[in-house]
Ligand binder design. Structure first.
Ligand SMILES: NC(=O)c1ccc[n+]([C@@H]2O[C@H](COP(=O)([O-])OP(=O)(O)OC[C@H]3O[C@@H](n4cnc5c(N)ncnc54)[C@H](O)[C@@H]3O)[C@@H](O)[C@H]2O)c1
Ligand SMILES: [Zn+2]
Ligand SMILES: [Zn+2]
Length: 361
């Protein structure tokens, strides 16, 4: 059987997204059909629309989602009918060189559905990040479904599917922030604020939020920032040093994805400190650092893909912390919108008016 549903499609470079009829097949072996309940609007969706990821138009956008399993294909044992799940883009393969070495949070060959969702005329859709969830029902690999506590609000829980997990994991997994650490976060959008929340969960003693927008700095306090720096008028490296006894922070997380902010992160950390790049740069960007400083400052320069998360380990645990009131996922949901308001949500995101707009289905 093929399901005809409504979905948000990007048809060509830079064109506004359109609401289209999407044909979704019943799940084949290893696949799951999911009724999407909520899906957050992420920068990566705009990147797809603008041709910044690749040219495989048309794209079915949306990937920060939660919903309920409606059907599973042959051989699926990890999830079943009516499970409440968060969708992930790291369905570990078990077989690549990272998985074989026991480091599945780096899996290089994550699974996606084998069958294609299509437009009404049969044109195959490319689902964003192998998910595609601005749609009433979506088809994914069963491993892309992570079962969590069904009492959680879908709008909040779904955000763990991408940006919020990336920020939390940058602090908790990649930087491995521990109690007593000083942490600075440069760029306080959804990802940076999640890094701040992660640093607080881990017991960081000082959490310095840096942004060029005072409104963002106010929000950052809500997630746990103890100090804020508006780097539009103040040198952030000097400010972070001053707030850390002249030394720099133990961990600096860059959540913008620009050479100038990366350089700030590099110089704002203490000797032997850690820099984590979670912001995504564009292909033209370069950094130019004195090699002697790279050597002389020691420590670690890391990047964090998807917060080095392992969905099966991290999603249920973080949803539990959310349900216990120890992780404010609701704070990331700035507004709840309808499927036909995605283009407006992109606009608000550009103006910095929201942390996350979440489409309810
Ligand atoms: N590594 C991953 O797996 C992963 C996953 C999702 C998103 N991301 C990336 O994380 C980054 C942040 O995403 P987001 O959703 O939080 O975006 P966002 O636009 O909501 O937040 C960016 C923040 O940076 C601030 N900013 C911009 N220029 C700045 C500057 N020069 N100095 C200080 N602050 C500045 C903005 O005011 C804004 O608050 C993006 O590059 C996104 O692509 C990475
Ligand atoms: Zn693998
Ligand atoms: Zn995303």
């Amino acid at each position: 059987m093929v399901h005809e549903v409504r979905g948000v499609v990007a048809k060509g470079k830079g064109l506004p997204v359109e609401l289209e009829t999407v044909r979704v097949p019943d799940p084949g072996p290893g696949e799951a059909l999911v009724t999407v309940q909520a899906c957050g609007v992420c920068h990566t969706d705009v990147l797809y629309r603008d041709g910044g990821i690749n040219d495989d138009f048309p794209f079915l956008l949306g990937h920060e989602a939660a919903g309920v399993v409606e059907a599973v294909g042959d051989g699926v044992t990890d999830v079943e009918l009516d499970d409440f799940v968060i969708l992930n883009w790291r369905a570990v393969c078990g077989d690549c060189r990272a998985c074989r070495r026991g480091r599945p949070w780096y899996c290089f060959a994550t699974h996606n559905a084998a069958q294609k969702m299509t437009l009404a005329d049969g044109t195959a859709l490319s689902p964003a990040l192998g998910i595609g969830a601005f749609v009433e029902k979506t088809l994914v690999a069963a491993g892309q479904c992570t079962k969590v506590d069904p009492e959680a609000d879908a709008a909040a829980a779904g955000l763990l599917g991408c940006g919020v997990m990336a920020g939390l994991g940058a602090a908790l997994n990649t930087a491995a922030v521990t109690r007593g650490d000083s942490v600075a976060v440069i760029g306080c959008g959804g990802v940076g604020d999640a890094a701040i929340a992660g640093a607080r969960l881990a017991g960081a003693a000082k959490i310095i939020a840096v942004d060029i927008d005072d409104r963002k700095l106010d929000w950052a306090r809500r997630f746990g920032a103890t100090d804020t720096v508006n780097s539009r008028g103040t040198n952030p490296v000097a400010a972070i040093r001053e707030l850390t006894g002249g030394n720099g922070a133990d961990v600096v997380i860059e959540a913008v994805g620009r050479p100038d902010t990366y350089e700030q992160a590099f110089y704002a950390r203490d000797l032997a400190g850690t820099v984590v790049l979670v912001g995504v740069p564009t292909p033209d960007m370069r950094v130019d650092l004195p090699m002697l400083d790279v050597f002389g400052r020691g420590g670690a320069l890391k990047s964090s893909w998807y917060g080095d998360c392992l969905p099966s380990r991290d999603f249920p645990m973080l949803v539990d912390l959310y349900r216990q009131g120890r992780l404010d996922l609701d704070g990331f949901v700035s507004e709840r919108i309808a499927l036909d308001q995605v283009e407006e949500a992109f606009e608000k995101m550009h103006k910095g008016e929201v942390l996350r707009s979440v489409v309810l289905l």
